[in-house]
Ligand binder design. Structure first.
Ligand code: NAD
Length: 508
């Protein structure tokens, strides 16, 4: 059976799901076409959700959240454990669908599903560790505690480039924390979202659990997404996407005093110092810059290299780039698939042209690859950090190389960016490494030594500073974003006293 058949996907599919067996789409709904970016072939069509679907999904989500919050957290974890197992069974098919729908090579498609499985395992353990605190009260016979409670309905909006993993970072924690989760995927990747929803539905149905996972496939005009931003029924809006859209989302949600979590754009640098091990640096740079065709938030876009190593490193990189096989993402020897769509190819070409006009020097690549599919050449340019093209995030495999003379200068160049997601230093010097990781070092949410900028594990808190949005997802204590904190004091004595020694007695 083909990949779509193995995942139970037909054409057309309804874009809204309120729970198991509850798929719907507005009459006369706009239809999304999901096409393979490697050859333009139609995979399937999806009828977008409309206004009534939105209301229905939100109402069911609210009901489900009310029931789910009373289910003990470890029992909620058990449902997530079963979803993790179902993902294990569907890993090959779902990984292939990621490749078919957004063009990731098969290893990366499978890796994305593995990330979901890892995230499920993590969330299962976390479901027994939603720790509060006990705090010493300043008053006798008083017990003070801090408790964590579910929020209610969490909306998750995702970007095309991690069409399933980012949802799982949010949804599995949100579920063990006791919330219902409504997913609004990218209109560029509706089929992977529908496949995941079907997998979740199977587990919810088998367990008779409340329908705590919902789906709303919105059209490219983002009408329902905008409504979610304004909707006070959304208790947390977790948004992954560009800083441009994230800015509008954040100000909209803040306008209603809502909670939001932002995972936005990056412009990540690797610094290669004079003493770096080339055997470590070279593969990390190539994977970071070329992997996922430069369409990761953590993609290496800036290479800041010690002047004494620049010539040698650029020559080795150009030789390595010549070996990168670009083509069908499902072909095992392919290292770089297509960009997601024709707009992405146009943005790539416009950026290369603008960079050259600004004085950048082309080392290799720079062109689209003619034929079916949205393929481009992996590209290296020598540039300056203050160039407009270098300071923006172009979602394509473009690497800018810039020299530095002292580590202080290199760190300053890394930090001279509006974004603050991922960063890495290659060095053999312990002092340089520690300086990089100190308060005077990298200002990014992720700072690595001797490994590249992309390929984070789920166990750490993931996210970035400045225009990357400040959110943290996945591991560490990221679960706290999906709960509300409550401080409670219980008096168990005979004579209550006020805090701060306050006297307040009624006369007589
Ligand atoms: P995008 O900003 O175009 O779209 C992201 C999501 O926002 C999509 O679901 C889209 O439909 C929705 N959207 C678009 N306009 C909207 C509006 N006005 N109101 C509400 N929602 C709207 O991003 P993209 O092209 O899908 O993804 C690439 C971007 O995402 C890059 O900037 C990348 O760095 C970023 N990203 C960040 C992370 C991270 O964890 N920091 C992870 C993946 C991607």
């Amino acid at each position: 059976m083909n990949v779509l058949g193995r995942l139970g996907i037909e054409s057309p599919e309804d874009g809204a799901c309120s729970g198991p067996g509850n798929w719907h789409a507005a009459a006369g709904a706009a239809v999304l076409e999901s096409r393979n970016p490697a050859n333009g072939e139609l995979l399937a069509t999806v009828r977008c959700a409309g206004s009534e679907d939105y209301a229905r999904v939100m109402a069911v989500a609210r009901e489900a959240a009310l029931a789910w919050r009373t289910v003990p957290a470890p029992k909620r974890g058990e449902i997530v454990r079963q979803i993790g197992d179902a993902l294990r069974q569907h890993k090959d098919a779902l990984g292939s669908l990621v490749s078919l729908e957004v063009g990731k090579i098969k290893a990366e498609g499978d890796g994305e599903v593995q990330e979901m499985i890892d995230m499920a395992d993590f969330a299962v353990g976390q479901s027994r560790m939603l720790y509060g605190l006990t705090l010493p009260s300043e008053r006798p016979d008083h017990a003070m505690r801090e408790l964590w409670h579910p929020l209610g309905v969490v909306a998750v909006m995702t970007a095309f480039n991690f069409p399933v993993a980012v949802w799982s970072w949010n949804a599995f924690l949100s579920a063990i924390c006791g919330n219902a989760t409504v997913w609004k995927p990218s209109p560029k990747s509706p089929l992977t979202a529908i496949a995941v929803q079907k997998i979740c539905n199977g587990v919810l149905e088998r367990n008779g659990a409340p329908p705590v996972f919902q789906l709303l496939v919105d059209g490219p005009e983002n009408v329902l997404a905008r409504r979610m931003v304004e909707d006070p029924a959304v208790d947390l809006l977790s948004f992954t996407g560009s800083s441009r859209v994230g800015r509008a989302v954040a100000s909209g949600v803040a306008g209603r005093f809502g909670k939001y979590l932002l995972e936005l754009s990056g412009n990540n640098a690797i610094i290669v110092d004079h003493d770096a091990d080339p055997g470590l640096a070279l593969p990390s740079i190539v994977f970071g810059a070329v992997g996922t065709a430069g369409q990761r938030c953590t993609t290496t876009r800036r290479l800041i290299v010690h002047r004494s190593r620049e010539q040698e490193l650029v020559s080795s990189l150009a030789a390595a780039y010549a070996q990168v096989k670009v083509g069908d993402p499902l072909e095992p020897s392919t290292l770089m698939g297509p960009l997601v769509d024709a707009d992405a190819v146009r943005a790539f070409e416009a950026t290369v042209a603008a960079a050259i006009a600004e004085g950048a020097e082309l080392v290799c690549g720079g062109k689209r690859i003619e034929g079916a599919g949205h393929f481009v050449q992996p590209t290296i340019l020598r540039a300056r950090n203050d160039m407009a093209c270098v300071q923006q995030e172009t979602f394509a495999p473009i690497l800018y190389v810039m020299p530095f003379d002292t580590l202080e200068e290199g760190i300053a160049m890394n930090n001279a960016s509006r974004f603050g997601l991922s960063s890495a230093l290659f060095t053999r010097d312990l002092r340089s490494a520690e300086r990089w990781l100190s308060a005077a070092g990298s200002d990014c949410g992720i700072a690595n030594v001797n490994i590249g900028t992309s390929g984070a594990e789920i166990g750490g808190a993931f996210g970035g500073e400045k225009e990357t949005g400040g959110g943290r997802e996945a591991g560490s204590d990221a679960w706290k974003a999906y709960m509300r904190r409550q401080t409670s004091t219980v008096f168990h004595g005979e004579r209550p006293v006020l805090a701060q020694g306050l006297e307040f007695r009624l006369p007589g």
